[in-house]
Ligand binder design. Sequence first.
Ligand SMILES: C[S@@+](CC[C@H](N)C(=O)[O-])C[C@H]1O[C@@H](n2cnc3c(N)ncnc32)[C@H](O)[C@@H]1O
Length: 192
Amino acid sequence: MDKPQLKWSEEQAQRIVRESYGAVIPKGLGVVENLYSADEIAWLPESVKGYALGLGNPIRYADLQPGEFVLDVGSGAGIDTFLAAKKVGSTGQVIGLDMTPEMLERARANQKLIGATNVEFRQGTMENIPLDDVSVDVVISNGVINLSAEKGQAFREFYRVLKPGGRLVFSDSVVNGQLPRSVLDSEAAFAG
Ligand SMILES: C[S@@+](CC[C@H](N)C(=O)[O-])C[C@H]1O[C@@H](n2cnc3c(N)ncnc32)[C@H](O)[C@@H]1O
């Protein structure tokens, strides 16, 4: 039997995500305190920590080195982008990619607050990444790939932009088994 699939087209999924993440309201420090150690995040302002919406801590496993060029896919308010920027230092650079204008606005305000000069937040989608082929040392992502209705296309894009020997390090949710049709068809379950 075929596995039930999401019914959303790429455009519909992106509309649902934009509406949901455009309006998202921070819910305290519970997520950030669960996923990051106090040492990792002590230097970050509340406006970054309160908007941590990820599912893990990819930076901890990415082994980022000074001078590397990093892409944070679905950067949200910027938490992993800023942590990566600290690791790669002034000779490295981090691109935070997000498709939701309100998230980019928050991230750019946070960048000003922190004074990170090796960071650029760019609007775009993981299914059509606005970067050259073979240009990135490390792709990171946290809680974002599950939001694509075209995951194969997103992975093709990650591998297109990665240099040979580059790394892809991401945290995400996976389904072990089958979700009922009522969950697959729920916008709230998809992007809630
Ligand atoms: C769950 S939040 C995670 C944000 C951030 N990675 C973190 O850990 O706080 C998901 C983010 O991915 C972005 N997003 C979802 N689908 C996307 C897509 N197709 N392309 C680019 N960004 C996307 C959303 O706008 C949102 O900011």
